[in-house]
Design a protein around this ligand. Sequence first.
Ligand code: F0G
Length: 417
Amino acid sequence: MTDLSLSGPVPEEAEDGVWLACIECGETYAPFAKPTYECAACGSLLEVRYDEYHDFDGLTGDGVWRYADALPVGDGVSIDEGATPLYEAPSIETEVGVEDLRIKHEGMNPTGSFKDRGMTVGVQVADEIGVGRLACASTGNTSAALSAYGARAGKETLVLLPEGKVAAGKLAQASLHGATMLEVEGNFDDCLDIVSELADRGEVYLLNSLNPFRLEGQKTIGFEIIEQFRDQTGDLPDRIVLPVGNAGNTAALHKAFRELVESGELDQDEVPILTGVQAAGAAPLVEAVENDADAVERWPDVETRATAIRIGEPVNAPKALPAIRQTGGTAVAVSDDEITAAQRALAEDGIGVEPASAASVAGLRKLREDGTIGAEEQVVCLTTGHLLKDPDAAAAAGSDPQTVPKSVDAVLDAAGE
Ligand code: F0G
C-alpha cells in the first residue's frame, strides 16, 4: 500500500538527515552514495525524506534556494530559478466565473519552464554523486533545462527527443547549450524506455522526473504559491489546476503541501485541491481517475498540439493518483481546440504561454461549466512554459501579418483610421 507518511524514524542510511524511501514498500536508501531512481526491492517510486520539515519562519532570499532547508542539498547549480510571478487574470476570472483566479507563470523561469527548478537541485546532486554524463528523454522543455544546467555545471548532456514532435524554441535551446541531441523514431515514452535502460546500465545519470531529487526542486512551486497567494489576498487558494504529462508536478505539489502540514505551516484542511488536465489525445491519467483505477495503462498512440504533454505513460502516476484523490481533486481531458482557445484567452490578459500550459485554463473552464469547480472558489492555474517555446503554435493561434507598400498612407490604410 502506498505510504506517503512523512513522520517516522530516521534510518541508518540517512546522510545529514536526508534519505530516499520507497512509497510502496518503505525500503530506505542512502541519498548520494550512488544513482538510485527506483526501489531495488519492489521497483516502485522513491521519495526524498528528511529528519525535519520546516515552516516558513525565517526564510530569506527568493527563488528555489529560499527553501534550501527543505531541499536535499544546501545550494545548487543555479541560474536564478523560481520566484516566478503569480498574476491576476481579470478577463478569464470574470468569463469563467470564479471568486479569484491567479496564474502562476512558470514560463518566467530562466529557460522558460518549471524544469529549471528541478534541474538546479538534480544537477547539483549529480555532482555530489560524482556522475559524468547527464541524460533525459524529453518532449522539449526538460532537454532545454538540462542542456543549460549541464552546461553551467560543465557536464556532458545527452537528450533523446521524439522525432519531429519538439517545438522550435526548445530545440534551439538544447542546440545552443551544447547537448548531444538524438531524435528517436518513436514517441516520448519510447525515448524514456531507452534512456532508463542507459541509466540502469550506468551509462548516464537520469534527469527525468523519475529522479526523486528533481521533484524536490519542483515542490518549491507549491511553497511559492502559498506564500504569494497569502501575500496578495490574505487567504489560501482552494484549488490548483495544472497540466499533466508525466505527473511530476502533481506529485511535487502534493509533497510540498504534505511537508507544510507536517511542519504545522498548513492545516490538513487548508491543502489546495489538486486538479490535473491532460490533452484528450494523451489522457491516460484522466482515464485512471475516471475508472477509479489503481494504476494508469499506457496509451501506445498519443497525439496533441500540446506537444509538451504528448505522453502515454505518466511515470509519476503512483504518486499523482494519491495526490489527486487525497486532496479531493479530479482530472479532466480537454481538446486541442479548447487548449488553443485558452491560450488566446491568456494572451488577452497579457500572459503568453505555450499550448500545454494553456491546458490548465482550458480545464478550469470545462470544470467550471460542468459545476465541478464552484463560483466561490479561489483558483490558481499553473502555466508551465513560455509562449516563445513554441512560436509556431503561437503564430497559428494568433493572426497573420499583412504586407503593405512602404508608405505612410498604405500603413494607415491597412491599420485602420
Ligand atoms: N507543461 C509543460 C510545458 C511541460 O514541458 C511538461 C512536461 C508538462 C507540462 C507536464 O509536466 O510531467 O510534471 O506532468 N514536459 C516534459 C519534458 C515531459 O520533457 O519537457 P509533468
